[in-house]
Design a protein around this ligand. Structure first.
Ligand code: NAD
Length: 333
């Protein structure tokens, strides 16, 4: 079976996913949802999408009557994900939603509830969960080859440009760098260490309050504590380039991904040497695997479901609280 997908939000990442899906053996782009008629026209010819499978943000509830669509992949600004996901679920279609799943844990829970109620799946676009070098390090850790895990460092950032973009608008982004890129360090700490954190501390710095307005974080350093005693130290920023590195230190070895979450190629090495796996297009593999999860009940090695997305949102809520109070915030995931 083939997963027949509609993409909602035909922006830069939506286009990347659409291009990558052309090479997928299990997922097919069949429909598009956009507020811009000219983009729908372009996509019709570029991806061979029929006119009857094109919708806008007012009309897309009607996908419930369209038997050609199995799932909608939501690739819009963060703050819109919640309502859009709930509408897709209410239309009886599976939801694939970009990260961050929503802008806080409360909204994430509402999405999970709506999908459960409508008996549809909810998956989050965590493409690194299918990346071969990442998975090899996880396998080594699970098989005990690295020994007891002691420390993780996640450095995630880039220098953001245009100050008028939605990513720097609190109402659409829900925050700043943390929602966009810092979430990779949070998520990475969890899958690299293989535990759920029990506390967080965090410190924010801002060099440019003009560009990074109230509620839009520029740089946050945060620390996570895990039940085994392992700790993570992470940096999320919109003001530094060449910052994309994971480092895991354990009693018997280490693992490094540098770069760790870019579109690739990902480079990895451990105390045993370079990790040699061919580069894969992350979004192609992700769509193949997500089709397997939705249509065949396949279980991914690292989860990509709503509960997984919700855990990262609970940690983000706690990081923002830790920044505000200056206190260590306990976590229960
Ligand atoms: P983008 O600005 O390029 O595209 C966003 C699209 O949403 C645009 O086409 C825009 O027209 C549309 N849109 C609909 N309603 C809108 C509104 N009210 N205001 C503004 N735009 C509106 O952004 P993007 O980079 O494609 O990011 C979209 C989502 O994808 C975000 O949630 C982002 O975090 C996620 N993303 C994920 C990855 C990844 O690697 N997994 C990479 C990039 C982006």
């Amino acid at each position: 079976p083939i997963l027949r997908v509609a993409i909602m939000g035909l922006g830069s990442y939506g286009t990347r996913v659409a291009d990558a899906m052309q090479a997928s053996k299990k997922a097919k782009l069949v429909a598009a949802i956009s507020g811009t008629p000219s983009k729908l026209k372009d996509w019709q010819s570029k991806y061979n999408i029929p006119e009857k499978n094109c919708y806008n943000y007012e009309t897309f509830d009607a996908i419930k009557d369209n038997p050609d669509i199995d799932a909608v992949y939501i690739i819009t600004p963060n703050a819109l994900h919640k309502d859009q996901a709930i509408r897709v679920a209410n239309a009886g279609k599976h939801v694939i939603c970009e990260k961050p799943m929503s802008i806080n844990a409360k909204d994430g829970q509402a999405m999970i509830d709506a999908c459960k109620k409508n008996n549809v799946k909810l998956l989050v676009g965590y493409r690194m969960h299918f990346e071969p070098k990442t998975l090899e390090i996880i396998r080594m850790r699970k098989d005990g080859e690295l020994g007891k895990v002691l420390f993780f460092q996640g450095l995630c950032g880039f220098t953001i440009g245009n100050p008028t973009q939605w990513r720097l608008n609190k109402a659409l982004a829900g925050g700043g760098a943390m929602m966009d890129i810092g979430i990779y360090a949070i998520n990475g700490a969890r899958y690299m260490i293989g535990e759920e954190p029990i506390w967080v501390t965090a410190q924010e710095t801002k060099t440019n309050p003009e560009k990074f307005k109230t509620g839009v974080d520029e740089t946050i350093q945060f620390q996570l504590g895990f039940p085994s005693g392992a700790v993570a130290s992470c940096l999320s920023t919109y003001t530094m380039n060449n910052l994309d590195r994971f480092f895991l230190n354990a009693e018997k070895g280490f693992a490094e991904l540098l770069p760790s979450t870019g579109y690739g190629p990902i480079k990895g090495r451990t105390n045993k040497g370079e990790l040699n796996y061919p580069h894969v297009t992350h979004q192609t593999v992700q769509m193949d695997e997500m089709a397997g999860i939705i249509l065949e009940g396949k279980q991914p090695i690292v989860p990509v479901d709503g509960e997984e997305g919700l855990k990262d949102l609970k940690i983000i809520d706690a990081i923002f609280l830790a920044v505000k109070t200056g206190k260590k915030v306990p976590l229960k995931l």
